[in-house]
Design a protein around this ligand. Structure first.
Ligand SMILES: O=P(O)(O)OC[C@H]1O[C@H](O)[C@H](O)[C@@H](O)[C@@H]1O
Length: 332
């Protein structure tokens, strides 16, 4: 079922579910918030369709958001999940098509439209395994998908000039009881092909970077951006002792999870769909202190970016074609 956002705030119930099983949606002029009956919540800012917050059923925040980030549309949001499109980083010198674009493209600095929400009840059966009532089953399996749109026609004219292609983007943020998925569909509405890069720039909230490792990248080739894009090969887990900025191509393929491990225990799995690369970034002390929108200065100890994307090469999209990709984050 899809609700159009014609009400500033609404409680909506899904036919067939426990009447208690309501997803609460609030839609203000700049943010959309969804709360599941089981307590999990997600908040998305229309500036960049940036996920600002994702909380578990106990209200614990899972993402990191800078205390000093701008939220007024004057600068990309520092934290949460900014969306990178159609170029990752500064445009490479050998790619004139994106040469005019700012770092990480325009998706994160454009105002998106909220298209509506849909709720669904997954078919996993908790009842037989846990002996719950059917009402509880429906509640436990509810998820809500928030859809956002951006198209060339909605870009600011000065941005459109920088990348003059006719395109459409549908970005979906799906909150489940134990997962958060972000997915993107890119369509080429032009009469010629265009190429692009894409990435979900997720800032995970962690308790201590010194006790954090990234698993699932063993033996992966990577480009080390802190050493002029030197090509290297990972051995064992990634750990952090200084600025880390690497573009990995995991050997296991997109479906093999990349995991955030804290004090030896898995905290999150990140599963990718149609996204071959994973960027791992922590700015460390000096770089964090040098970014006005990164706060507090020692906030680098409480965050790590693990960014699922397609950024080492270019996706070429022919007229009329669509490209789809997704990441799903599963707390462990
Ligand atoms: O400061 P931003 O433009 O948001 O970029 C923040 C970071 O994003 C990615 O992780 C890049 O690999 C880094 O090189 C960059 O510093």
């Amino acid at each position: 079922m899809v609700d159009r956002p014609n009400k500033p705030s609404a409680l909506s119930s899904t036919p067939g579910l426990n009447p208690q099983a309501q997803v609460s949606i609030s839609h203000g002029s700049s943010r959309v918030t969804a709360v599941l009956p089981t307590g999990q919540s997600v908040e998305v800012h229309l500036y960049g369709a940036t996920v600002l917050s994702w909380k578990d059923s106990r209200g614990q925040e899972q993402l990191w958001l800078s205390e000093t980030t701008k939220l007024d549309g004057s600068k990309a949001i520092r934290g949460g999940i900014p969306l990178v499109f159609p170029v990752f980083g500064p445009s490479p010198p050998d790619h004139p098509a994106t040469a005019q674009l700012p770092q990480h493209g325009f998706a994160r600095t454009s105002r998106w439209e909220f298209l509506g929400k849909s709720t669904s009840e997954s078919s996993e059966v908790f009842q037989s395994s846990r002996g719950q009532s059917s009402a509880e089953v429906a509640t436990a399996d509810l998820s809500v998908k928030l859809d956002f749109g951006l198209s060339s026609g909605n870009l600011e004219p000065e941005v459109r000039k920088l990348w003059p292609h006719a395109f459409g983007l549908i970005y979906s943020v799906t909150l489940g009881c134990n997962s958060l998925s972000t997915s993107l569909v890119v369509t080429n509405e032009d009469d010629k092909p265009f190429d692009f890069q894409v990435l979900f720039h997720t800032y995970f909230g962690i308790s201590d970077i010194n006790k954090t490792e990234i698993a699932g990248l063993d033996k992966a080739e990577y480009l080390d951006k802190t050493e002029g894009y030197a090509a290297k090969t990972q051995s064992a887990n990634v750990s952090f002792t200084r600025e880390t900025d690497r573009v990995y191509t995991p050997v296991g393929g997109p479906r093999e999870p990349v995991s955030i491990v804290e004090s030896g225990k898995k905290r999150f799995d990140v599963v990718r769909d149609n996204l071959g690369d994973v960027v791992v970034w922590n700015p460390w002390q000096d770089k964090a202190a040098g970014m006005a929108d990164f706060g507090p200065d020692d906030g680098y100890k409480k965050m790590v970016c693990v960014e699922a994307g397609s950024v080492r090469g270019w996706q070429v999209l022919e007229p009329g074609d669509a490209f789809e990709c997704a990441q799903t984050i599963v707390p462990q």
